[in-house]
Design a protein around this ligand. Sequence first.
Ligand code: 6PG
Ligand code: NI
Length: 191
Amino acid sequence: ELFRPINSYYDFENIKMVPEGDLITRNLSDMDWMYQDQEAVQELLKEDPQIYRYYNVDIPEEEGHLQHCISIINPGKVGNEYNMTKGHFHEIKGTAEIYYTIQGEGMLFMQSVTDGEPEFEALEMKKGTLSYVPPYWAHRTINTGEEPLAFIGIYPGEAGHVYGEIEAKGFMKLLIEKDGEPTIIDNPNYK
Ligand code: 6PG
Ligand code: NI
């Protein structure tokens, strides 16, 4: 069946996509074990703040299509660690992704998922940044700023998502605030 052309629109004032499409929200309780400072986690869980949300445009998950979505990470920290996404790699590891930052500032953490030793890369994100996540790189985004970090993601329809591995092992690096600056450190709990 022929898929019809469609528009989506980012409403900067209300920080949301219109139409909303498939809205997925992640509160702290959805990823509480992923942060280092478990005392800070317990304190924040009383309110269970929303860490991020993303609006998926409803596109067939098929080869030839381009999935696209807008992700918004709220500003904030858990202890000294900045708000971040859970992170994933694509089920079809050889599929890339493009991120276009439209608001805020942050970092894009990537970790290779080939058969060899994992390698790490980080890129800065700020309004106007077009970031390329090549095939075979897991990706996580982190808000280091005072306002929401919003970016568009575009990736192949068939890509799929794998979360379990990063849920269990974490990323090899963490982004914390140190002396008022975002600082990349080794993750002491990386397995
Ligand atoms: C994707 C994109 C992006 C991502 C969100 C939320 O492949 O769909 O990378 O839309 O899903 O930014 O991040 P998590 O999927 O890691 O929760
Ligand atoms: Ni992705």
